[in-house]
Design a protein around this ligand. Structure first.
Ligand SMILES: CC(C)(COP(=O)(O)OP(=O)(O)OC[C@H]1O[C@@H](n2cnc3c(N)ncnc32)[C@H](O)[C@@H]1O)[C@@H](O)C(=O)NCCC(=O)NCCS
Ligand SMILES: Nc1ncnc2c1ncn2[C@@H]1O[C@H](COP(=O)(O)OP(=O)(O)OP(=O)(O)O)[C@@H](O)[C@H]1O
Length: 240
């Protein structure tokens, strides 16, 4: 299996890249979607969250009131920091469990449906779409073959947020300031996709990366197979 972590600065184009990879037929696991699912009524996370943070973080329907929870865990004081750690310790093992189940389903699906445009690839590809990879990589202990971040200049991202998300400049700037920095994301990534170019150019960059990684994986698979064949031949010769 080739495991890829995909992250990026807010509004840099990560979701656009993620959708494109899904369109190509690769399995994509969306960590934001999983987090939201786990905070719906009836989820395993509800009672532990209620016990840790009180009734006020659960709404009348039995789902998490994200605004109320955010008020307890986001802040510069020691209490908020400890609360965020506690939230991570409740959410992250549950996220990890759902991720493992999705990954298994993707591998099973891949075994039955190879992608025609990559007919020769020998491993399933699973893309983990993790907006907050920098923030959570130490508490969700998954290992990745490749870590990719999508980046674009801050002003371009602010303009995108103002135009497509109905935000004011102040709100957009605050969202950026709240996240890890571009330098922190790039320090963890082995590839950076430029989100400031056209979408078509971004897709070309993705195509190139996937070809490169699948070819490298194919070479490793071939070497392993050759090694196995050589060992088999030598063991057969010894028995003759
Ligand atoms: C506290 C919650 C309900 C607040 O939701 P809300 O919609 O108001 O904010 P949102 O999720 O967009 O986060 C806003 C910003 O907070 C920061 N942030 C969010 N979660 C974390 C975290 N676990 N660690 C550090 N920073 C975080 C990021 O900068 C993010 O951009 C939500 O963030 C949450 O449940 N977080 C914990 C689960 C988690 O780790 N999610 C990420 C999984 S990859
Ligand atoms: N290369 C591009 N050229 C023009 N517009 C783009 C490009 N990439 C993304 N966009 C647009 O910018 C907006 C933000 O992109 P996208 O949703 O992919 O960002 P994101 O990084 O996933 O953000 P978030 O982290 O908040 O989910 C969208 O409206 C998208 O269509």
């Amino acid at each position: 299996m080739i495991r890829i972590a995909l992250t990026g600065g807010i509004a840099a184009g990560k979701s656009t890249v993620s959708r494109y990879l899904a369109q190509l037929g690769f399995g994509v696991i969306d960590y934001d979607e999983i987090t939201h699912e786990l905070q719906q009524a009836g989820s395993f996370a509800i009672e532990p969250l209620r016990n840790a943070f009180g009734n006020e973080v659960i709404n009348a329907e039995g789902a998490v009131n994200r605004k109320a929870l955010a008020a307890q865990v986001f802040g510069d004081d020691a209490m908020s920091k400890a609360a965020l750690q506690q939230l991570d310790s409740i959410m992250h093992p549950l996220i990890e469990q759902l991720v493992a189940e999705r990954e298994q389903a993707i591998v099973e699906h891949w075994q039955e449906h190879e992608l025609p445009q990559y007919a020769s690839h020998s491993s399933a590809v699973v893309v983990h779409d993790i907006p907050l990879y920098t923030e959570v990589h130490q508490t969700i202990p998954l290992t990745f073959d490749h870590v990719v971040t999508v980046e674009a200049p801050e002003e371009q991202r602010i303009q995108r947020m103002i135009q497509t998300r109905d935000m004011t400049r102040e709100q957009a700037e605050a969202r950026i300031a709240n996240q890890a920095t571009q330098a922190q994301r790039e320090a963890l990534a082995d590839e950076v996709i430029d989100g400031s170019v056209t979408k078509e150019q971004m897709y070309e960059a993705v195509d190139e990366l996937m070809q490169q990684w699948l070819t490298a994986d194919e070479v490793v698979a071939e070497n392993v197979q050759n090694e196995r064949n050589a060992q088999q031949t030598s063991s057969n010769q010894k028995h003759e």
